[in-house]
Design a protein around this ligand. Structure first.
Ligand code: GLP
Length: 252
């Protein structure tokens, strides 16, 4: 494993040979933070990238290493409109990949409501709830091939608050693999904005594969630019990136 340090050394980049190794390392990082703070507030992400990390966290829970009983969590995003029972909803994903496998109290877990009648009120309430909790202690992120984090798509400007977004064609195509057809992918989502994400005390970003290499390079070495939403992380004080060789292949 080699390490590469990004902008002003606030971004620690850990490069591994395999997806299993990066997943284990990211899980170990979170496990250590959980041991130090049993009341930790986790910001959680979906997508295929963190699945291995959730498997590794589950293994640590089963081994008696970590305890989720006092953990609280806020998820980054949810499709809109999509009910929580839908097997492509991010609530369903979280239950399957983590919540139903560990001793977390689901009442302490929050995912944006993909069926909210008043989306604006749901977004405002989400920001209030995260702020009232004092922000997340560790925010987990994946990254889209276009540099999106959560569902903050490339845009003219960064958006601070939780908000409803129209998904880009790029993201709809990328996520179509999880649905019966591309037409079934919801066209909207509710996502934490950059304010919530950046208020996290620390950030863990996981990515693997060649399809993420350009986004990783832009995030670390490009300008801070809303056209690569993840580039805003250059301004965060503590970011830990766990990637494989392929995702790191465009770094110098
Ligand atoms: C999705 C999610 C993101 C995720 C990204 C990458 O659209 N909203 O939170 O990080 O795309 O997904 P994957 O890890 O499956 O490549």
């Amino acid at each position: 494993m080699k390490k590469y340090y990004g902008y002003k050394n606030n971004i620690e980049v850990n490069v591994f040979d395999t997806y299993e190794q990066l997943s284990e390392a990211a899980a170990s990082f979170i496990a250590e933070r959980m041991k130090a703070n049993p009341n930790i507030i986790l910001g959680l992400a979906t997508g295929s990238s963190p699945v291995g990390m959730y498997d590794a966290l589950t293994a640590k829970y089963e081994a008696g290493e970590i305890d989720f009983s006092a953990v609280r969590s806020f998820n980054l995003d949810e499709y809109y409109p999509l009910p929580p029972e839908n097997d492509q909803s991010y609530r369903y994903f979280m239950n399957e990949n983590l919540f139903d496998r560990v001793n977390i109290d689901k009442a302490n877990t929050r995912v944006p409501n993909g069926m909210a009648k008043d989306v604006e009120a749901e977004c405002a309430d989400y920001d209030v709830a995260v702020a009232a909790a004092g922000g997340t202690d560790v925010q987990v992120l994946g990254i889209g091939g276009n540099g999106h984090i959560g569902f903050n798509e490339p845009a003219e400007a960064f958006t601070a608050g939780t908000h409803k977004v129209t998904l880009t064609e790029n993201t709809i195509k990328a996520n179509a693999r999880f649905f019966a057809s591309e037409a079934d992918v919801p066209r909207y989502a509710v996502t934490m904005g950059m304010g919530c994400i950046m208020s996290a005390k620390s950030i863990v970003l996981v990515a693997n594969g060649k399809a993420k290499a350009q986004a990783i390079a832009d995030m670390l070495t490009g300008d801070v630019d809303p056209l690569c939403p993840a580039s805003i992380l250059q301004l965060h004080p503590e970011v830990h990136v766990f990637i494989d060789k392929e995702a790191a292949s465009l770094l110098g």
